[in-house]
Write a protein that binds this ligand. Structure first.
Ligand code: MSP
Length: 496
């Protein structure tokens, strides 16, 4: 395996929303890109089904826990289908393979686990223990209500891993990004790590602690193990090493600490390899407000996609906000991007150029007597893959789109300047040069856009009579230009 990308596994207590869609789309874009770049890729997503939060949601509906999870999980699977996710595995933490894996992981950590007693605050909304000094007006720092807990529990000696973690961050500067988030994690660890309570006795909706059926594992210990379950832990440790060595976890910023502190410490304790990278993206607000069920301003991905189409939503979410920063969602912003970038810039380019080429008929690619402008177009086209690849390696997804859009902009200017509709009447050999250069540019643009807007690109590939699968195709220039006319890709009618 060359690239293993994961999303967080989603809690089942609420309906899927745009935040879940965002993480999944980003991971899907990475998976599609690296597959097309010839790498062997695994993409994992799934659902986090245990814990008090899910149990309470099931109780409120008066449904048996596992039945509740089956119904709620189906909604996340439906979101995956609507988003056209190309995940290779979907994990549910209630699966037997996962119970086996989480218990085996626990056993491998046993030398760092001891029995104690927890008395303190807990936020069930965040499934997180909260320090008394962090509570303000009876709420946790994330604004969640907290409840007092006193119970016997197992502890994980997290404190023991403070120095090893700091040393690991030092030796692996790329491990956590973006850099601002990394700095927060490093100062959190430097400020001192307390041992972590990792089992619960007050409810039983969880994975039983090995040999202690009266305890279930803390839901985060159970959840984090999903990444190695999918790799075949505990049966196939070679596959686990192979996968973790090239693993990128994509997570929202609010759960970075679990992934960048607890998870590596657990893996160190178990003697397993750590992931290669953890990337924390920002949060979407809705017209400036935090999205929440109680406020009723959660953006529903299904209805948005229904209205604007999948590609417009995928494109907007990734283009609008640099990956790693927070963003504010507005439908107006989406409509603007739809009109200017998708319909006017890319859609019109394809429309205009393909119509002219269709009229010209099939012809031999030609680079006869290129002038300076032609040569500029050729070199911008030739350079695009390596520039975009560099941005992908840094997970700068919106920058990758900026670069693709600069070439789209150049193409549009080139059409204006070279006026192929005039050349069609005056100079067929120059027309062929211009159309060859445009076809090549559009081919490269569309290959590189296909991880972002796969449905649209498939239509363009059909008109170009190419399969669009591997970027390596791009190193061989087309010999024959054979392009069919294309239907309107982004019709502005839907905006009315
Ligand atoms: N179950 C845990 C993750 C366990 S991973 C081992 C969890 N689940 S969650 O359902 O709350 O989903 C969290 C993820 O949804 C976040 O990490 C983030 O990726 C995404 N988002 C949820 N709301 C979001 C926004 N408003 N904006 C952007 N993404 C957010 O945490």
């Amino acid at each position: 395996m060359d690239f293993f990308v994961t999303t967080p596994i989603y809690y089942l207590n609420g309906a899927p929303h745009i935040g879940h869609a965002y993480t999944s789309i980003a991971a899907d874009i990475l998976a599609r890109f690296y597959r097309a770049d010839g790498l062997s890729v695994k993409f994992l997503t799934g659902t986090d089904e245990h814990g008090i939060k899910v149990a309470r949601a099931a109780d409120a509906d008066g449904i048996e826990y596992i039945k509740f999870c089956d119904i709620a999980c189906e909604k996340f699977c439906a979101l995956g289908r609507v988003l056209c996710l190309t995940n290779d595995d979907f994990i549910r933490t209630t699966e037997l393979r996962h119970e086996k894996s989480a218990q085996a992981l626990w056993r491998r950590m046993e030398q760092d686990i001891y029995l104690g007693k927890y008395s303190g605050w807990y936020s069930s909304r965040d499934e997180e223990f909260v320090n008394t000094e962090d509570i303000v007006d009876g709420k946790s720092p994330t604004g969640s209500s907290v409840e007092w807990l006193e119970e016997e529990c197992f502890y994980f000696k997290l404190s023991k891993f403070q120095e090893p973690l700091l040393e690991f961050y030092q030796n692996n500067p790329e491990f956590i990004s973006p850099i601002s988030k990394k700095n927060e994690i490093v100062s959190f660890v430097k400020s001192g790590l307390k041992d972590l309570s990792i089992s619960r006795t007050r409810f039983n909706w969880g994975i039983p602690v090995p040999d202690r059926n009266d305890h279930v594992m803390y839901v985060w210990i159970d959840a984090l193990a999903n990444y190695i379950t999918s790799l075949g832990f505990p049966d196939d440790t070679a596959a686990v090493s192979d996968g973790m060595n090239c693993c990128t976890h994509i997570v929202g910023k609010e759960i970075l600490r679990f992934h960048a502190v607890y998870w590596p410490a657990m893996l160190m304790s178990a003697g397993l390899p750590l992931p290669k990278k953890i990337f924390a993206h920002g949060w979407w607000t809705n017209s400036g407000q935090k999205m929440s069920k109680s406020v009723g301003n959660v953006v529903d991905p299904f209805s948005l996609i229904d209205k604007y189409g999948l590609d417009a939503v995928r494109y907007f979410l990734i283009r609008e906000v640099p990956f790693g920063e927070d963003g504010d969602f507005s439908e107006d912003g989406l409509r603007k991007r739809f009109t200017s970038d998708l319909a006017n810039d890319y859609g019109n380019l394809i429309q205009r150029v393909f119509t002219i080429i269709e009229r010209r008929g099939i012809f031999q690619a030609s680079y006869d007597q290129c002038d300076a402008l032609d040569n500029d177009m050729i070199s911008s086209t030739n350079n695009l893959l390596s520039i975009v690849r560099q941005h992908f390696n840094e997970l700068s997804l919106s920058r990758a789109l900026d670069e693709i859009w600069s070439l789209i902009g150049l193409c549009n200017k080139y059409v204006e300047h070279s006026k192929p509709w005039v050349l069609a009447k005056t100079d067929i050999s120059k027309l062929d040069v211009v159309l060859t250069i445009l076809t090549e540019a559009i081919r490269v643009i569309t290959y590189l856009l296909s991880p972002f807007i796969p449905i649209t690109c498939k239509k363009v590939f059909d008109c170009l009579h190419v399969d669009g699968l591997l970027f390596s195709d791009l190193s061989t220039k087309l010999k024959i230009i054979n392009v069919s006319k294309c239907d309107i890709l982004f019709s502005k009618d839907i905006l009315n």
